[in-house]
Structure formats: C-alpha cells, structure tokens
Design a protein around this ligand. Structure first.
Ligand code: KOT
Length: 835
C-alpha cells in the first residue's frame, strides 16, 4: 500500500474494515454508509450538510484507535499530563485540520471528488466552533495542536458553551449581534462521556465540625449541586499517533435534586432548577481584554475548574494511593486568571476533602499550577468582590483569606514594616466602605510556581510594572514564553499553494520544524521563484476578491495593496488610526483629483464587545468612511474600504494568505503579544507596526529592513504621559491631521450629523489615552514608504519571501517545547499502535 494513506498513518493493522480502511473504495463505502445509516439519507436527497456529517464521521472513525491508545498509554505509563485550563478554546473547523494532521487531505479530497461532490462546499458546511473571543482562545487551540504534534501527553479543559461568540452582521454600518447556536444540528466531533460526569457544588455556607479523631475541621454545606458532563473532542497531532483530548464540560441539573422536587409535586420548580443549572454553560461572555464581573461568569469559571480537578484527582487515584504526589501527575497551566479559582479549589479538595495538612497541600498546589498573564491593561485584571465570591463560594473565600494571611505573614518577616508593599501584594484589596475585592492575578501569582508573559516586551513590563512587587519577591518564578501559532492550520490549511511551493523546493519537513523554511532564502535571487511567489499571492488575493464580491458586493482591484487589519475592535488596537489615515488619503485626492496614489484596498474585520460603545462606534465610523470613499467618483478605484463582517477563524484562513500589508498598530506597551501578526508574516505579508508585543521579535527575525516601523516606543509613551500629553497641540500643528478630524466633525461621513462621531473626536482631542495623535504623522509617513516599496514589485516580493521564511520562532511548536522543558518538565511519549 502506498497510495491508500495507511503509510502516512503509520498504522500497521491489516484490517480493512469500513471504519479504519484507507483505500478509496473503503472510504467511499464508509462515507455512503454514514450518509445512510447515521442520517437516513442517500445520494438522491442528501444536502451538502449531510455530506459534511458523513465525512466527519468517516474521519472521526479513523482517529479513535489512536485516541484510545493515547489515553491508555498515559494511564499505563503514569505519565505527567499537561492540563491546559482555559475558559476559551477557539478551535476553528475540525474537518480540514483533522484531514491535514492525519496526512490524508489529498486522498480524501480526491475520493470525494471521484463521487462527483464538491469538496470545498462540504468543508464550508461545518459551523466554525467559536468558543473563544480572540487571541487568548485561539492560542489555546494552537497549543493543543502543538502538544499533540510534539507527542506530549496533554488535555485541554474548558466549557462546552452552547452559544459561542456571537455572529456579527453589519446593519446600516453598525454591528448587530446574532446568537451563535452552533450545536443546533449536532456535533459529530464530540464524544459525550456521561459515565464520567461529576458534581459541582455552589452557594450555601460553611460549618465547623469535629472528625472521628476529634480534630476541628470545616465543611461546605452547598445550596446547589450541578452535574458536569464531559464531552471529549479528539485532537490529533500532525502525522503522529498521539491524539489528545479537549474535554469540555456541559452543565446539567443533577438528577437527585430534580427528582426530589419532582416527587414533592413541585414539577415546575424542578424544571426551573434544571434550566437554571444549564444556564452555566449556556453562553460565552463576549469580552476580550475586559472582565465581565458577573456572578454567572464566576460560576462558569468555578464550574469547569472544579469538574476538571475532580477528573484529575480521579485519574491520579487510579494509579496512586494518595494525593501526596499529585503534582507529579498533572502540570496545570492557567490561561490567564479565568481559571485561577482552581488554586483555592485544589486547596479545598486536599485539605477539607482529603485531610491533608495545610502546608503540605500548599506545597502540592504551588508545584501544580503555572500562570500565564495575557494583558497589561490594568482595567482588564480580574477582581471579584468578596461579597459576590463569598455568596457563590463561601469556603473558597475563607481559603483565599487563609492563603493571603499566611502569604502576608511571610512577606512581613522578609520585609518588616513595609505596609505599602503588603498592600500591593495582598490578594485582598480594601476598596473602602468594607468593600473588599479579590485580585485574581495576585492569587494566581501566589499559588503558582511559574508566572509568564507572552512576548519579551510584555514579560519585561510585567516585571517592571504590573507585577513588579511579585518580580521583586520571586524573580525566579518569572518566565517569558513568546506566543506562537500552528503552521499546520495557518500555513498548510490556509495557504495550500504556498505550502506546495515550500514542499516542492525543500520537502515537507518544514511542517514539523519551521526552521527548515530558511533553506528557501537560497531562492531569493531566482526570478522564477519570485514570480511564482508573486503569482501565489495574486491568486490568493483573487480568491478573497471573489469572496468580497459575493458577500459584500464590493469589487476590488487585485493589483491594489491589500492592507488588512483583522482583530478584536479595541481602542488600544487603534483601528481608528488606520481610518484617520484613509481619510487623509481621501482628502489628498479631493484636493487634487490627479494626485498619484498607489491603489489600496483597506480591509477591516473584527468584533466589538456588545457593551463596548466606543468599539462599536469605531465599526460604524469605518463603514461610514467606506460608504463615502467607495462611491466617490474622484477616487476612481484608487481607494476601497471594506469591513468584512463576522471575522472568525475560518475567515482568518482566507484573509491571512491574501494580505500584502499587515496592520499591527497598537499603542506601544498595550498589546501583550498579538498572534495575527505572526499568521500574516508567515503567509508573506509585510508588517506596518509599532514596537509592541511580538512585533518587536517579528522585526528582529525578519530583519529591520523588511519591516515598516513607526510610532513611539513604550518608554516614550510612558514619558509623554508623565510630562503631560496634550493631543490638542498635534491637532493644531498638523494641517493634514486637522483636516482629517475636521472632516469627521463636519458630519461629512454621517449625512450631516455632527453628533454621531463626537465621542471619537472628543476622546482624541481631549484625552487620547492611546496616543493616536502623537503617532499619526509617523504612521502616515510610514504608509508612504509602504506605497513606494510596493511600486517595486521585485523588492516587495523579496521582502515578502524573507518575512515568511524567517518566522520559525513563531511556530507554537517552539513555544510549547519551551513550556515543556522549563515550566512543565514533561517529555514526549511515543504512542505505539501495536496491540
Ligand atoms: C481577556 C480578558 C481578560 C484578560 C485578558 C484577556 C485577553 C488577552 N484576551 N485575549 N488576550 C490576548 O491574548 C493573546 C494571546 O496571548 C495576545 O496575543 C494578545 O495580545 C492579548 O490581547
């Protein structure tokens, strides 16, 4: 067998049954069987969605053997498991990814096409599972791919939200949110495991009692119990036998509770309680870089963390007699502070439920947890009011007070008489009027053996600023782990043509070791190679142009610069800085309709948190400018502005390969890392960016001469703020900038309404927290350099090639390997398929 893919699967079994066989005949039979017996349809009446489901099951069948083998091996070999705790996993569609990682993408595509079906159309049927907001959730997904690809025993723990991130539509230029009912038609990828359900307690009070030895102990008398039902999705590595699990918990009413109410004749009450329980995993909070602060959100966090810890303790006790060495079984990574309540929960489980001594339990807890911080924005740091936390989790509040008490006692012995330091380090913040707040970042720092930032600058600023007291206390706990993205989804799947070119020239080792791409630098001076590079970019642009025509009815010129900014909409990310520049170009054309401008297509995409007024107004402004610019005959196809609705993982896969220019223009010191910046560069986009987050490292790797740099540095931003920043002076002293802002003020983009965009104008002129006006001229000048560079196709193509082939550092394989070696202390485990 060569062509049947079994070789690629390294699967020695010779059974050619319908659920494992890889010959085209068997695959076709399996596919048609899944159409008929699982869905009750046949070739005459099947919908494209039916075909998708049939294919999904055909692929899932071929994952299961390795999935179970992986789980069994982990159990038998008592390996240390990497447990990624995250409230968000933004996985993107599974079908194409699983085919690619199994190494059977082409085989299946051909087989499906032999049946006369449209493979692309089938792939597009899958709802994009949007169980995350943006970078933080997508990072978790890239990490799972890398963990499995590096053969690391790992599990992702999170919430099976019934509704993911809302679907965004644009109406009259405004964002409108539509619920994302992604599970409506079922989910072929998940395996519910009701037999492994666990109970999660909430509310109530605590009580002191005496155990059989007369010891004084505390127990929690909860008010409610909720069932957590695990749903496992297999996560295959790229061409390995490792298939790890993403275990997401669904909340349901615990049967006993229901039953009692039912028997008491309180049928309606029992139904109400059931609905109440299910609310917990109902919907993802759509906030990025802002905390929700709602009781239900805290319930969600505790729910998945409590269920996951019970799961891990159950696994541990299968092969160990007690919990003394729990930290040798599980390395738990906290994806930001969202799961940080796990620290108090593990203490409760160890001390209250398993009778361990406090200090022993504390040592185990600290050795188990590691914390990743994802933001420097002070307002994004999670705090829970002690009153709210105590109401939902009374025992945890007591435990947090105890942790804080012992911690501060230690600090006092190390630094006597330093009340100010104590105040900064304290997990409990006294916000006045007896209003206590629990600082989750402080809890995470105290309860973990490792604290990391997600890019070099970010980690540096954490140590110097946000977490400086902790860095002073425990410098050895701090690590930098610059983010990365998986080249499987973000190059191989997204950009098949570029991938084919890579593989043609250097073989396919680059997919497991992105450093291999450096070998392509030898083709830099080869005009034929550059021509092919250029043609691939143009072909990808043509695909996106067709998509824009179809979805937005906007015609764009593939010879214009595709200048793209896709990411969550946030003031610190400064989408509106790009809009100011577009208006400046527009004004130049209006002043001189014959001015020579390199044609550009400005493409925006991203969601605003539904409660974030300014972000929503920025979307409206972008669309308002698009409306005027796109229809103005003076502009004559030189400028186009397109806001693509509902930016998500699937749309990202279309967009990154088609971009010429990647906009990474956050105020320096505000974007922790960014990961879109990496996806663009890998696909040959050039970056215009500030010295912020991972941009700095991207520029280092690509070479400064291949990066369009502008703007203040983080240090300059702080200095300017300290010396009293006056945005108005930039407005007064810069004629072009004044013209831009006056154009908005005048109501030109708002049908004469001078009030609509006033909040944006006022915030820029009187506050400008994110220093758009200070960076404006530098940005506009830099954009002029971009235009000039684009005029020289050969030069641009060389820069594009160098960006792409020098991005090895930003493979999440590199990131994950560092976490494994330095933080988790785990090694690969080979999965054998021999019985
Ligand atoms: C969300 C809520 C509270 C605190 C932080 C966040 C957060 C941060 N959500 N996403 N991030 C982003 O995480 C990415 C992955 O590390 C970074 O690349 C990006 O800069 C963060 O903004």
């Amino acid at each position: 067998y060569i062509a049947d893919g079994r070789e690629a699967l390294q699967c020695p079994t010779l059974i050619e049954d319908d659920r494992t066989g890889m010959s085209p005949e068997t695959l076709k039979r399996a596919f048609l069987d899944n159409l008929f017996y699982l869905q009750g349809v046949n070739r005459t009446n099947a919908s494209p969605y039916n075909y998708y489901v049939a294919l999904a099951y055909t692929v899932r069948d071929r994952l299961l053997r390795r999935f179970l083998k992986s789980t069994d091996t982990y159990k038998q070999e008592k390996v240390k498991l990497v447990c990624y705790f995250s409230a968000e996993f933004l996985m993107g569609r599974y079908l194409g990814n699983n085919l690619a990682n199994l190494g059977i993408y082409d085989l299946i595509k051909e087989t499906i096409e032999e049946l006369g079906l449209d493979f692309e159309e089938i792939i597009e049927q899958e709802p994009d599972p949007g169980l995350g907001n943006g970078g933080l959730g997508r990072l978790a997904a890239c990490f799972l791919d890398s963990l499995a690809s590096l053969e690391i025993p790992a599990i992702g723990y999170g919430i099976r939200y019934e509704f993911g991130i809302f679907h965004q539509i644009i109406q009259n230029g405004w964002q409108v949110e539509i619920p994302d009912n992604w599970l409506r038609f079922g989910n072929p990828w998940e395996l519910p495991r009701p037999d492994e359900s666990v109970e999660v307690k909430l509310g109530g009070r605590t009580e002191i009692y005496h155990d059989d030895k007369g010891q004084e102990r505390v127990q929690w008398l909860p008010e409610r119990r909720i069932l957590a039902i695990p749903h496992d999705t297999p996560v295959p590595g790229y061409k390995t036998n490792t298939v790890n699990a993403l275990r997401l918990w669904k909340a349901e009413a615990s049967e006993s509770f229901n039953f009692e109410a039912f028997n008491a004749g309180l049928y309606d009450q029992s139904v109400a309680e059931k609905m109440d329980a299910e609310t917990i995993s109902k919907v993802l909070y759509p906030n990025d870089n802002t905390p929700a602060g709602r009781e239900l959100r805290l319930a969600q966090q505790y729910f998945f963390v409590a269920a996951s810890l019970q799961d891990l303790i159950r696994i541990h006790l299968k092969s160990h007699k007690n919990l003394q060495n729990f930290h040798e079984t599980a390395a738990i990574q906290l994806n930001d502070t969202h799961p940080a309540i796990a620290i108090a929960e593990l203490m409760r489980l160890l001390v209250d439920e398993n009778g361990l001594e406090w200090s022993k339990a504390w040592t185990i807890t600290q050795k188990t947890f590691a914390y990743t911080n994802h933001t420097l924005l002070p307002e994004a740091l999670e705090r829970w009011s002690a009153a709210l936390l105590g109401k939902l989790l009374p025992r945890h509040l007591e435990i947090i007070y105890l942790i804080n008490h012992f911690f501060l006692e230690d600090v006092r012995t190390w630094f006597p008489d330093n009340e100010e330091l104590l105040g900064k380090l304290s997990i409990v913040e006294e916000a006045g009027w007896g209003n206590k707040q629990i600082r989750m970042a402080n809890l995470a720092c105290v309860g973990s053996h490792s604290i990391n930032g997600v890019a070099a600058l970010h980690t540096e600023l954490l140590q110097k600023d946000t977490l400086k007291e902790f860095a002073m206390l425990w410098p050895e706990k701090f690590y930098n782990k610059t983010n990365g993205v998986t080249p499987r989804r973000w190059i191989l799947l997204s950009n098949p043509q570029l991938s084919a070119l890579f593989t043609e020239k250097i073989g396919d080792d680059w997919l497991k070791d992105l450093k291999e791409l450096r070998k392509l630098e030898q083709y830099l001076d080869d005009p034929e190679f550059r021509q092919r590079w250029y043609e691939i970019k143009q072909a990808n642009k043509a695909d996106l142009a067709a998509y824009m025509l179809k979805t937005r009815n906007i015609e764009v010129d593939v010879n214009s610069i595709f200048d793209v900014q896709v990411k969550r909409i946030h003031e610190y990310k400064r989408q509106h800085l790009a809009v100011l520049h577009i208006i400046a170009l527009y004004n130049r054309i209006k002043q001189n309709p014959h001015v020579d401008i390199v044609p550009r297509t400005f493409i925006f995409g991203g969601k605003a948190a539904p409660g974030y007024f300014m972000a929503k107004l920025i979307i409206k402004l972008t669309n308002a400018v698009a409306e005027i610019v796109n229809k103005d005959p003076d502009v004559r196809g030189r400028l186009k502005v397109v806001f693509l609705p509902n930016f998500n993982v699937s749309l990202g896969q279309r967009i990154y390969p088609s971009a010429d220019l990647s906009e990474q223009i956050s105020t320096a010191g505000k974007e922790a890392s960014g990961t879109g910046n990496m996806k663009f560069a890998m696909n040959g986009s050039l970056t215009i960016g500030t010295l912020d987050g991972a941009n700095i490292e991207i520029r280092e790797e690509a070479g400064a001469e291949n990066f369009f740099l502008f703007g203040l540095t983080a240090e300059e931003v702080y200095a300017k703020k300290a010396h009293g920043y006056e945005p108005m002076s930039y407005y007064k002293n810069n004629r072009e900038l004044k013209g831009v802002i006056d154009r908005i003020k005048s109501g030109y983009f708002s049908h004469g309404d001078t009030e609509l965009f006033r909040p944006i104008v006022d915030s820029l002129l009187y506050d400008d927290q994110y220093m758009l006006l200070a960076d404006y001229q530098s940005y506009a000048d830099c954009q002029e350099q971009v235009s000039q560079a684009y005029r020289d196709r050969d030069k641009w193509t060389r820069m594009s090639i160098l960006n792409s082939v020098r991005m090895a550092k930003f493979s999440s394989d590199r990131t994950i390997w560092e976490y494994c070696q330095e933080i988790w202390k785990v090694n690969p485990v080979k999965i054998s398929l021999e019985d």
